[in-house]
Design a protein around this ligand. Structure first.
Ligand code: FAD
Length: 286
């Protein structure tokens, strides 16, 4: 099923994200994660793509195949383009087609100082346009409530997002954020710019202090005072921080759903037990 069909049902969508195993991780553990996440009945599970084009050799397609064809769940494969040429992208599209994966999150990917970009696809919009021209896929894209770190300013970022949507993207998933008001202002900017596609809010439950620092540095998410107080008080107590991180995510989700957002995309960090606690707390709201 194409993801856009999920949004035609007058229901808010709850989806999950997982990542392939790291270098020394086992793929069986990821399959086990999928089985447990499947019990929580997400609308779909997306699978990330390795940085610097490494996803081509990685397991994104294989995992999406298993989600779809072994567990019978809807899936979306992430695909980044900055380090690929057309032949490489074609190869991945063919593999996705062969296993019946219809949904792609078209991404540019992060620039790396160690890898010279191929510059065939400079932006995610170029990839979306290319996939669109091939036909057969539903294309989603990423968006940034607190503005992409490389963007000149909020206005040019939104205008670029509009170009991406006009290039064939019919659903957006947001970068994680901890301040819902930033997301609501972003939604307003989108609607003013004429972006009318469904936009899912990306929520990451924070459960350890080092992870927060990494996330904030990488994506520039702002930390509301009440969130910073949680870190200050429980940063050295992993069990307490996990409880507080889950409670904070649940509070964010309740507020987002009651404000009528199109959907919630939960960055599960491949932790089904944590995802279950969140789902149990909000399942009757969907
Ligand atoms: P783009 O939409 O191309 O935007 C990148 C920058 O270019 C922005 O600043 C934008 O304003 C600017 N821009 C866009 N078009 C133009 C134009 N025509 N002219 C000038 N400037 C322009 N990374 C991975 O490697 N693997 C993943 O699986 C992955 N999954 C992600 C999932 C989500 C939901 C999100 C939010 C991000 C994900 N990322 C992933 C990270 C993403 O690759 C980076 O944030 C990357 O820096 C930007 O990718 P993009 O697709 O948003 O880029």
């Amino acid at each position: 099923m194409k993801i856009s069909e999920l949004f035609n049902k007058n229901k808010q969508v709850f989806s999950f994200e997982i990542f392939p195993p790291k270098k020394d991780g086992s793929i069986e553990t990821v399959f086990d994660t999928i089985e447990k996440l499947g019990d929580l009945e997400p609308a779909f599970i997306s699978v990330t793509y390795g940085a610097n084009g490494s996803g081509a050799k990685g397991n994104t397609v294989r995992i999406a195949d298993v989600i779809k064809n072994k567990y019978g769940l809807e899936t979306m494969a992430h695909l980044s383009c900055i380090n690929h040429d057309k032949t490489e992208i074609d190869e991945i599209l063919d593999r996705l087609k062969d296993c019946g994966v219809e949904n792609i999150l078209a991404l540019r990917g992060d620039r790396s100082p160690d890898v010279e970009p191929k510059n065939v696809f400079r932006y995610a919009a170029d990839l979306a346009e290319y996939i669109s021209s091939k036909g057969g896929f539903h294309i989603s894209g990423a968006c940034y409530p607190e503005v992409h770190t490389e963007a000149e300013d909020a206005v040019s970022d939104i205008l670029n997002l509009k170009k991406k949507v006009d290039s064939g993207v019919s659903h957006l998933i947001s970068q994680l954020f901890f301040d819902n008001s930033a997301f609501y202002s972003f939604l307003e900017r989108c609607r003013i710019a004429g972006i009318r596609v469904p936009i899912e809010a990306g929520i990451m439950p924070v459960t350890n202090a080092a992870q927060i620092q990494r996330m904030v540095t990488m994506c520039g998410a702002s930390l509301p005072a009440k969130f910073s107080r949680i870190i200050q008080r429980y940063g050295d107590n992993p069990a307490a921080l996990e409880d507080a991180g889950i409670a904070y995510a649940v509070e964010q989700i309740v507020d987002l759903l009651s404000n009528g957002v199109d959907g919630i995309h939960l960055y599960t960090m491949n932790r089904p037990a944590m995802a279950k606690k969140i789902v149990d707390a909000v399942k009757n709201l969907f």
